[in-house]
Design a protein around this ligand. Sequence first.
Ligand code: TYD
Length: 203
Amino acid sequence: MSGIFFTFEGPDGAGKTTQIGRLEGALAERGYETLRTREPGGDFVGEQVRQLLLDRSAMIPEAEFLLFAASRAQNVAQVVRPALESGKIVLCDRFTDSSLAYQGFARGLGLDFIRAANAFATQGLVPHKTFLLDVPVSVGKARRSTGETNRLDREAEAFHQRVRDGYLAVAAEEPERFVILDGTQSEDAVFTLLWAAVQALLP
Ligand code: TYD
């Protein structure tokens, strides 16, 4: 596979989507072919699953995780791998580490099971680099309050604290894959750091 696979992670309200948009623009300006996707979502099936997951109806944690995994399996097979095979730079808004932080840590499903199921869903595909936008829970909450909230956004503060702690723990275990960016900085300052890290990885 000749492309490059970048994933973007962080608590809700960390500013991932804005940064991915800027990165996509900067790469395109320099002539790189990119593909942007997101989880849950990606292809038609993944987007249908997304509707179910973000709806406010009650869902048990096990069902929640399996739906995220189903969306991931579709996205990897139908969207991400084909783009990598054609040499593109793939930018994915959330991936396997979201399940580790949200379902493994915050919902308490346990990391070993989530890791094994992630490997099944992705058939072993691992990102080349993962950018973690880290923000304290209070900052994420303040930023979320301006947008539409989904079922996970509405969880208690303690849940969001576990998500943040979970991300930092997962990142500490794989320091060579993760780049942690301080998401409390200005949008421009975060992008400057992100762009420097990405440029160092480009062919
Ligand atoms: P989304 O609206 O895409 O949020 P954001 O803009 O913050 O990425 O909603 C995705 C939600 O799903 C978000 O709250 C994180 C959650 N999620 C999981 O809990 N597990 C997962 O594996 C993934 C991919 C997302």
